[in-house]
Design a protein around this ligand. Structure first.
Ligand SMILES: [Zn+2]
Ligand SMILES: [Zn+2]
Length: 176
């Protein structure tokens, strides 16, 4: 089971849940948790530190969850970067995604951007790094233009690596 943890006002949750299930071949569940992100807030930057959010997630027990993705509506940053769309523990349980910079007047574009970044950060938790294939969801995004350019799917190489990880976790891959 993959836990989806909305913190704040997060749209398209059911679409996100369905896409995560479809993409990672395992059940996904929306879990309401309480996490006070103000502890990770930098008043000078007026942003929330992504690494601190990941650390705070350590204290959330999620029985049965092999992975967890927290989705927030606040702006995230990491040291040395103006902002980040998300951050993940490589090969760890937890990832975080912000919808703050993904907004678009067209809800379909907004939703697609969220699905891509969720798949991207979850991909990191399954050990995947950044991919040189521009259409692959694991390609690095510096801007929303980069997010729009890539697809929400894994290229064949990344899919193969993901499938190997799924098998190690006892999950039957549902994509070739
Ligand atoms: Zn990444
Ligand atoms: Zn790839």
């Amino acid at each position: 089971m993959i836990a989806i943890l909305p913190v704040g006002d997060i749209p398209f949750l059911e679409d996100i849940r369905t896409d995560v299930e479809e993409t990672f071949c395992t059940q996904a569940r929306i879990e309401r948790v309480f996490l006070d992100l103000s502890q990770a807030y930098d008043p000078y930057r007026q942003q929330v530190h992504a690494g601190t959010v990941l650390r705070m997630m350590d204290s959330i027990p999620l029985p049965g969850a092999i992975r967890a993705i927290l989705i927030t509506d606040v702006d995230l940053y990491e040291r040395g970067l103006n902002f980040v769309f998300g951050e993940a523990k490589i090969n760890g349980r937890d990832a975080v995604v912000s919808i703050y910079r993904l907004r678009h007047p067209d809800p379909l574009v907004f939703r697609e951007r969220i699905l891509k970044e969720v798949n991207h950060e979850l991909g990191h938790t399954f050990g995947l790094g950044h991919c040189p294939e521009p259409s692959c969801v694991m390609s690095f995004s510096n801007s929303v233009a980069d997010v729009d350019r890539k697809s929400r799917h894994f290229c064949p190489d990344c899919r193969r690596a993901l499938n190997e990880e799924l098998i190690l976790l006892g999950i039957e891959p549902c994509h070739r």
